[in-house]
Ligand binder design. Structure first.
Ligand SMILES: C[S@@+](CC[C@H](N)C(=O)[O-])C[C@H]1O[C@@H](n2cnc3c(N)ncnc32)[C@H](O)[C@@H]1O
Length: 330
């Protein structure tokens, strides 16, 4: 989900849904993991609200470099770790709270050289961690069916097959290496967008970004890692930006709070184990009117909060929490 970076004058920004999040987890105490540190807005908010310590995890080395000039403001109360939140329990456990603010930051989106944006020309990269295969590798090497699946499942792009075919045709002539090269190619496959509609390449870029960073795999693993990392009574707060992410968080919390019922009436009734979470927010919390007036982009943000019980942590089936799966052909 997009958030604004610290401005050059170091004025901290107010990240999306921070106020409702701090209200939902009050009183803030003890040690918290911020699994999506980004520009540090949530970490700063938690520290200012009373957390003794925040462990900021981000897989983007840039987020850590950006924090270097203000981490000293919190003298020993802010620790950073370059890691994937899918493994947060290896960084810390027994913590009082975990926050996740999913997706990409506007700091990442705004830098052309990171290759996330269809508005700015840059290398077709999109890697948050800056290692592993890039979007260019995916676009130039994946089979046509896999590309179409990625665009359809991760981007909900209805013209997925047409775009995948066009990519495969274009790359036979010359590799696709630049963001604008891909954006123009996608645009050429779709009707011109009407005023007020999003850019035609929005869905394709979102899909590729999710695939390159295995965002849904990380979320699936990350929710289970949070379950392991939290002490009994500890709080999990997740802010999501897309319906697919929110559905995964909602389903995970329903399953772990023992609130799924028997979805399949033909399935045997399972011995119900003690739930790992109690729901704190029954429905997703969105931005209030003030936040929407300040930041219209916050309109799709959703917050869900749950409290860890003392039941042992365990495994959840990926399909049970609606984790989208791509059938690969590479
Ligand atoms: C929306 S931003 C978070 C913004 C932050 N709440 C703030 O106030 O500045 C998401 C951040 O999470 C990081 N991120 C996304 N997925 C991650 C993962 N699986 N592990 C670690 N960091 C991740 C991204 O690199 C990005 O910096």
């Amino acid at each position: 989900m997009a958030t604004e970076a610290h401005t050059p004058d170091r004025k901290p920004h107010v990240p999306v849904l921070l106020r409702p999040l701090l209200r939902a987890v009050a009183p803030v105490e003890g040690v918290w993991i911020d699994g999506t540190f980004g520009a540090g807005g949530y970490a700063r908010g938690l520290l200012e609200a009373g957390a003794d310590k925040v462990i900021g995890i981000d897989r983007d080395p840039l987020a850590h470099r950006m924090a270097a000039d203000w981490i000293g403001d919190f003298a020993g109360r802010l620790e950073l770790a370059e890691a994937n939140f899918a493994e947060m329990d290896k960084v810390a456990s027994g913590v009082d709270g975990v926050v996740l603010d999913l997706g990409v930051s506007s700091m990442q989106l705004d830098l052309a050289e990171r290759g996330f944006s269809f508005m700015r020309d840059g290398p077709l990269d999109m890697r948050m961690s800056q290692d592993g295969p890039s979007a260019a590798d995916l676009v130039n090497e994946a089979g046509e069916a896999e590309l179409a699946n990625i665009l359809y499942v991760y981007g909900e792009e209805r013209a997925s097959r047409r775009i995948a075919k066009s990519i495969v045709r274009a790359r036979a002539e010359a590799p696709i290496t630049r963001t604008l090269q891909l954006a123009e190619l996608v645009e050429s496959c779709l009707p011109r967008s009407k005023p007020g509609q999003s850019h035609p390449a929005t869905r394709s870029f979102q899909a590729l970004r999710i695939a390159v960073n295995d965002e849904y795999g990380a979320l699936y693993q990350g929710l289970m890692a949070a379950e392991r990392a939290l002490r009994p009574g500890g709080l999990l707060a997740v802010v999501s930006f897309h319906s697919v992410e929110d559905r995964m968080v909602k389903r995970f919390l329903q399953v772990r709070a023992g609130q799924t019922g028997n979805a399949n009436r033909y399935a045997p009734v399972l011995e119900t184990e003690k739930p790992q979470f109690d729901l704190v927010t029954r429905k997703a919390v969105g931005p209030d009117k003030d936040e929407l007036d300040e930041n219209p982009r916050a309109r799709s943000a959703k917050l869900r909060v749950a409290r860890r019980t003392d039941a042992p942590a365990g495994e959840v089936d990926a399909a049970a929490i609606a984790t989208p799966q791509i059938k690969g052909t590479r």
